[in-house]
Design a protein around this ligand. Structure first.
Ligand SMILES: [Mg+2]
Length: 181
């Protein structure tokens, strides 16, 4: 399970870069525990263009991730995430891992021998969905409430990406789906 960070696991604040700003999205902790209990490995896959724009450094991203781990009750569990990809490129810089590039997902599936048919990309942004689609894995959208921008909803519908209000709902649907099949 590949997880976007901002707006998916923690509350989205533009260019969030201090640990004090970190707040888990309600239900995220239990959702990730349930996903792991169902046998999913978790991979964090986050675009952090604030690094490429010179607004903050990678050390700030690590500090935010560390705070997120504390709030997830996982700071002493080095296996909580099977992998972490921080894509620091600014949008106008040559893309290395920045979503919508599927590169991290493709490399990870190969390295960790994951079956793409059993993998999911979960995120709140079109770039998350596009990365998952380009990698040929399943995609779930979160943050799909009445306030979802119309253009996002149209894109999801066009791409056949199912939307959920939050990570907890997405994981419930995915875990139910995977145990039923
Ligand atoms: Mg996001």
């Amino acid at each position: 399970m590949f997880l976007d960070r901002d707006g998916t696991v923690i509350v989205h604040i533009p260019y969030l870069h201090t640990p004090e700003q970190v707040e888990l999205i309600a239900g995220a902790k239990a959702a990730l525990e349930n996903a792991r209990a169902a046998g999913f490995s978790l991979y964090l896959f986050t675009n952090q263009s604030g690094v490429g724009r010179g607004m903050f450094g990678l050390d700030a991203v690590h500090a935010v991730n560390q705070r997120m781990m504390e709030l997830l009750g996982a700071s002493s569990d080095s296996n909580f995430f099977a992998g972490v990809c921080i894509a620091p490129e600014a949008p106008d810089a040559p893309i290395v891992y920045r979503k919508p590039s599927p590169r991290y997902i493709l490399e990870t599936c190969k390295a960790d021998r994951l079956d793409p048919e059993l993998c999911w990309m979960i995120g709140d942004s079109p770039s998350d969905w596009e990365a998952g689609i380009a990698a040929g894995i399943n995609v779930a959208a979160v943050g799909c409430t009445d306030e979802e921008p119309l253009e996002n909803r149209r894109l999801r519908e066009q791409k056949g990406v199912h939307g959920h209000p939050d990570l907890a709902a997405a994981v419930r649907a995915i875990v139910g789906f995977s145990t039923a099949s």
